[in-house]
Design a protein around this ligand. Structure first.
Ligand code: XUL
Ligand code: CO
Length: 438
């Protein structure tokens, strides 16, 4: 694996007419879009778990991808793995990465060993970061793989398991702070249930909020100034996950007085599993002042599970970037490729090609989103569609000056009211026109 990487050249922008597979066709890091460099708009990040750890194992077969890193001990291997991670990022010009504690450090045989390993590997990773200028986007703790978490972590029915999750999160926060991370993610791994016959939802939700409050209190006391994110997902691995979608999570945050501290880390494939579009979830986060970061990938709509594919659907990336621009761009967040190569794409070159495909798709998405905004037809249509709320009775409704009786009096005097066309097909053709001006 490491050898394969040495043979891969630096990936540069060559433009849309290039036939060189090892080049960017659309991602031109220094090109200015909406007053910002493309690379600063997109803030691409590498996912340590998929890119360095996943070996292609599936329920029907063993791994196909070589993840054997050089070294005699687990720690030596973890260091070689970090070397590979940084070499991949440098070759692709990716400036951020994200990790779970056990992606970067050997889990060892106990939480004590994991803690010591995490301290040692973060010292090493810090030297690589200093050397390359690569930064940490966010960190997290894997509180779902170890068997102790089979019934959940923060929502485990056993207090000792809850305590183990708290310990892991504390150490992952320490690692995130040490590496200058600007975010900390809670993805609700196994925070959900399989059957209500054995579940106390009320206590489980209260406990999950307690764990989040403790985390915020601890991290802030240590000087962490970044964002906390919840990453919604409706199912898998559990049948029902508490952080179902953005709307559900916003309700949870409000109930438990956590809204001020948390934003969303939105994953495309999780959106579609919840029966939403990616854009819906981003939009919901934006209008709730909770837009934070993105796990960029795509699912296969013909399959009912999380396939975590590299994103290549430009329609989706364009509408995603439209939301990002409208949200004012990323602050502490970024675009993390929570995506893995297919099991049959097992070479190091495949990993590089997959990142190129994903980065080019988002670069195209950004350019199209910029075009949609500059063109203005779609925004203008929406503004006009709601213009009746700007004056007269509509302005009174918005200003909350009317009662139901006022509106009855007004409505009874109206001539026949004709609803206006929503013009969906027209708007879809405008979008096509903007996307494909050949
Ligand atoms: C799982 C998933 C995770 C989170 C981080 O579906 O998306 O990798 O992004 O725990
Ligand atoms: Co994710």
């Amino acid at each position: 694996m490491v050898n394969g990487l040495k043979e891969i050249p630096q990936i540069n922008f060559e433009g849309k007419d290039s036939k060189n597979p090892l080049s960017f066709k659309y991602y031109n890091p220094d090109e200015i879009i909406q007053g910002k460099k493309m690379k600063d708009y997109l803030k691409f990040a590498l996912s340590y778990w998929h890119t360095l750890c996943g070996d292609g194992t599936d329920p029907f077969g063993v791994g196909t991808i070589d993840r054997d890193y050089a070294g005699q001990t687990e720690m030596e291997k973890a260091k070689s793995k970090a070397d590979v991670a940084f070499e991949i990022m440098q070759k692709l010009g990716i400036e951020y990465f994200c990790f779970h504690d056990v992606d970067i450090a050997p889990a060892g045989n106990s939480l004590k060993e994991l803690k010591a390993n995490l301290e040692e590997i973060t010292d090493y990773i810090k030297t690589l970061m200093d050397k390359t200028g690569i930064k940490l986007l966010w960190g997290t703790a894997n509180c779902f793989s170890h068997p102790r978490y089979m019934n959940g972590a923060g929502t485990s029915p056993q207090a000792d398991v809850f305590a183990c999750a708290a310990a892991q999160i504390k150490n992952a926060i320490d690692a995130t702070i040490k590496l200058g991370g600007t975010g900390y993610v809670f993805w609700g791994g196994r925070e959900g249930y399989e059957t209500l016959l054995n579940t106390d939802i009320d206590l489980e939700l209260d406990n999950m909020a307690r764990l989040m409050h403790m985390t915020v209190d601890y991290a802030r006391a240590q000087g962490f100034e970044g964002d906390f994110y919840i990453e919604p997902k409706p199912k898998e691995p559990t049948k029902h996950q508490y952080d179902f979608d953005v709307a559900t999570v916003v309700g949870f945050l409000r109930k438990y007085n956590l809204k001020r501290e948390f934003k969303m880390n939105i994953e495309a494939n999780h959106a579609t599993l919840a029966g939403h579009t990616f854009q819906h979830e981003l939009h919901m986060a934006r209008v709730n002042n909770a837009f934070g970061s993105i796990d960029a990938n795509q699912g296969d709509l013909l399959l009912g599970w999380d396939t975590d594919q590299f994103p290549t659907n430009v329609y989706e990336t364009a509408l995603c970037m439209l939301e990002v621009i409208k949200a004012g761009g990323f602050t502490n967040g970024g675009l993390n490729f929570d995506a893995k190569v297919r099991r049959a794409s097992y070479t190091m070159e495949d990993i590089i090609l997959a990142y190129i495909a994903g980065m080019d798709s988002f670069a195209l998405g950004l350019k199209i989103a910029n075009k949609i905004i500059e063109d203005g037809r779609i925004d203008e249509f929406v503004t006009n569609r709601y213009s009746s709320y700007k004056t007269g009775i509509g302005a009174d409704i918005v200003a909350e000056k009317t009662t139901l009786e006022d509106l009855e009096k007004y409505a009874l005097e109206l001539p026949e009211v004709i609803a206006e066309s929503g013009k969906q097909e027209y708007l879809e053709s405008v979008l096509n026109n903007l996307m494909f001006s050949l």
